[in-house]
Design a protein around this ligand. Sequence first.
Ligand SMILES: Nc1ncnc2c1ncn2[C@@H]1O[C@H](COP(=O)(O)OP(=O)(O)OP(=O)(O)O)[C@@H](O)[C@H]1O
Ligand SMILES: O=c1ccn([C@@H]2O[C@H](COP(=O)(O)O)[C@@H](O)[C@H]2O)c(=O)[nH]1
Length: 239
Amino acid sequence: MSSAYKRILLKVSGEALAGDNSFGIEPPFLHGIASQIAEVARAGTEVAIVVGGGNIFRGMSGAADGTDRVTADLMGMLGTMINALALSNAISRQGIKSKPFSAATMPSVADTFTARDAKQALEDGFVVVLGGGTGNPFFTTDTAATLRAIELECDVVLKGTKVDGVYSADPMMDPDATRYAEIGYDEVIRRNLKVMDTAAFALARDNAMPIIVYALDDEAGLAGVLEGRGLSTRVGDPL
Ligand SMILES: Nc1ncnc2c1ncn2[C@@H]1O[C@H](COP(=O)(O)OP(=O)(O)OP(=O)(O)O)[C@@H](O)[C@H]1O
Ligand SMILES: O=c1ccn([C@@H]2O[C@H](COP(=O)(O)O)[C@@H](O)[C@H]2O)c(=O)[nH]1
């Protein structure tokens, strides 16, 4: 296997960890994703991961149910930490060194994220799994993924999710939606395509960080997507 990328930032959707359920972590899905990550790491690509938390708690829905937004977002960020611990452990069980970091200080749980320490861990051959999002309310793990990719000088963000790319409309809602093979940052923002939030796309644009959106259950797997096989959409400046 050969990949054009030396260091990648993989965003793993929290919802994908729940598999066919709407909540929690399903071990076969967790271990399937960990095995794809281990394959890529074994082949020499440095991998940093940001995990979402949609399978545990989303701040917006908590706030809609009456919890104040800041508290609800803190709960959401803690949810991503649960996923980060689970994924880091699953990667270690594949025989690949992995270290979780937390955006919030919780020393008995994980090292606190600093770009310096996370970069050092990557250079030492660890897959780093970054929980707690950006550490700030009113953000998402998509923005955290883009931010960390820039801080860690990654070559690309891979957004692994339930759909196989960016569509003209939400493909879960509109069966006539069509997939883009490639789309520019400004167009994805102008068309308000919701596969990632606008803040994440704007940060990526301003720092020329390319994003590849693909389905975590793509047959080609993460390794194949990195080699340009499988279905995906590249968001970025025209090649
Ligand atoms: N134009 C679009 N193209 C593709 N997907 C879209 C589009 N608009 C909305 N979506 C939806 O965006 C979803 C992916 O984003 P979402 O933020 O919900 O998930 P995630 O960030 O991967 O999950 P989590 O919050 O659990 O980590 C897809 O499942 C899809 O239904
Ligand atoms: O930087 C961040 C990242 C996340 N949150 C909260 O966590 C949940 C889960 O994250 P998803 O990106 O939706 O998977 C999110 O709904 C926010 O409530 C945050 O506050 N700040």
